[in-house]
Design a protein around this ligand. Structure first.
Ligand code: 4AD
Ligand code: MG
Length: 436
């Protein structure tokens, strides 16, 4: 199919075999090239793929030959020719070129092979054109699309919270402060508290927005700015909450494996791994998880939060995600409801991704009664005035409700088998980087 109103065809269509033997015009960027005498192979890429184009000196006019022999990697070009099948060419097709035009030659591209991680981060605005990141960004888009699809099919409404706020959701330690017309305000760590507001009007909602954490550490799974999917459901128990997480993860994994296996394969994830992801996921009580970790020789005590090492230990041999639930009240957020059956623990869950990836979701049932919330606000020494609006929700028609937060980049890192979270987001924001 040609673009509407365009004489150009997309490389993806050629690679799908739709133009074999036909004359076409394409345009894109030079991915690489090599020449030998009167023949130049220019591999051209567009958003959908790369195509080898063979330009012969006597197959094009003089200007065409001059252009084909003077372009750089990443120069913008267009060319015409006849498509033929060729097993030796990348993707199995080659264009026999009869017309070549350089749209924009530009300068020699600064990124070559074997560049350092820091250099590639400094030139992120250009490195995003690489095949690796192109595939990751497509994968990220499909994953978020499928997540949205899942919630729309379940009749959830998408809602938008403020980003500048006065109330910390996840404690003060990782807040970014902004000077808000002379007063202190913060970048949102989570839209959850606003999600709870919406759940008392629209019942089942989700938020997909950036969250900010002033994380002082350099790790392979923390960003200072990340995208956060936060569903919140009225009349919902923690059990229902965990079942929804399970169903959502299974849905997105299967969709990706069935509809875009080529992207998974390109980034080194076997689609079969994701087809294995099926609920119910194992559920392990926090206290049992601690015992298990201690038995394996890890130095963690009951009452401490798990870190990357502990989560990696729990999940390294797993093929599907694992729930850890019922954390001690003492180190969890103030809004989590205490479990009436297991005092001093809350109705909470983390969902840990397999193969050592670790936490991708944090969820809980929320305190919905005023007295219980006031007691926790008091225990955690929060300033009531910053939370008055949130407390108010427990005065008028408050009902049982639950929700969770999924880190999009954590999910992408696991599903696309990435080593580092920075590659799951186009422009990573980390402790020493806000450029480009
Ligand atoms: O576990 P967290 O802190 O939970 C909350 O923020 C809740 N208010 C969410 C809710 O119930 N609506 O964060 C939720 C998820 C984590 O499981 C993780 O996937 C991701 O957000 N996350 C991060 N991702 C990247 N970089 C960071 N610094 C992250 N911090 C949390
Ligand atoms: Mg968490």
């Amino acid at each position: 199919m040609k673009e509407k109103g365009s004489e150009y065809v997309k490389i993806g269509e050629i690679l799908a075999g739709k133009f074999t033997g036909k004359k076409v015009k394409i345009r894109g960027w030079v991915h690489r090239m090599r020449s030998s005498g009167g023949l130049v192979f220019v591999v051209i890429r567009d958003a959908a793929g790369v195509l080898q184009c063979a330009v012969k000196k006597d197959g094009v006019d003089e200007k065409g030959w001059k252009d084909a022999t003077s372009v750089f990697v990443e120069s913008a070009v267009e060319c015409s020719g006849t498509v033929k099948e060729d097993k030796r060419a990348p993707g199995g097709f080659e264009l026999g070129v009869d017309g070549f035009h350089a749209i924009f030659v530009g300068e020699a591209f600064p990124i070559a092979k074997d560049q350092s991680v820091e250099f590639l981060l400094d030139t992120r605005h250009l490195w995003l054109r690489s095949q690796k990141l192109t595939n990751v960004m497509k994968g990220r888009d499909y994953i978020t699309r499928y997540l949205r699809q899942f919630f729309f099919e379940h009749d959830f409404f998408e809602c938008t919270p403020p980003i500048i706020t006065r109330s910390a959701c996840e404690g003060g330690a990782t807040l970014f402060e902004v000077d808000y017309f002379g007063e202190a305000a913060y970048l949102s760590q989570s839209g959850q508290m606003y999600g709870e507001v919406f759940s008392f009007s629209l019942e089942n909602i989700f938020i997909l927005a950036p969250s900010f954490r002033a994380e002082p550490s350099r790790t392979i799974r923390h960003l200072a700015e990340y995208w956060h999917l936060e569903p919140e459901m009225a009349f919902y128990s923690q059990k229902m909450n965990m079942e929804l997480q399970e169903e959502m993860i299974e849905f997105v994994c299967h969709k990706m494996a069935k509809e875009h296996p080529e992207i998974l394969e390109a980034v080194g994830r076997d689609p079969k791994d994701l087809l294995l992801v099926k609920g119910p996921f194992p559920r392990i009580d926090y206290s049992k998880a601690i015992e298990k970790l201690q038995a394996k020789g890890l130095k963690i005590e009951y009452g401490q939060d798990m870190g990357a090492d502990e989560e990696a230990e729990l999940t390294k041999d797993a093929k599907i995600p694992i729930f850890v639930h019922n954390h001690p009240k003492a180190f969890k957020a103030f809004y989590m409801r205490e479990d009436p059956d297991k005092p001093d623990t809350v109705l909470s869950n983390d969902l840990l991704a397999p193969q050592g990836h670790g936490e991708i979701i944090g969820g809980s049932e929320r305190i919905w009664e005023l007295d219980e919330l006031m007691q926790r606000v008091d225990e955690q020494k929060l300033d009531v005035k910053d939370y008055q609006w949130y407390i108010d929700l427990r005065k008028y028609g408050s009902v049982q409700h639950s929700g969770f937060g999924l880190g999009i980049e954590r999910l992408v890192k696991w599903m696309l088998n990435l080593e580092h979270i920075r590659d799951a987001i186009p422009f990573p924001r980390t402790i020493n980087r806000a450029y480009p």
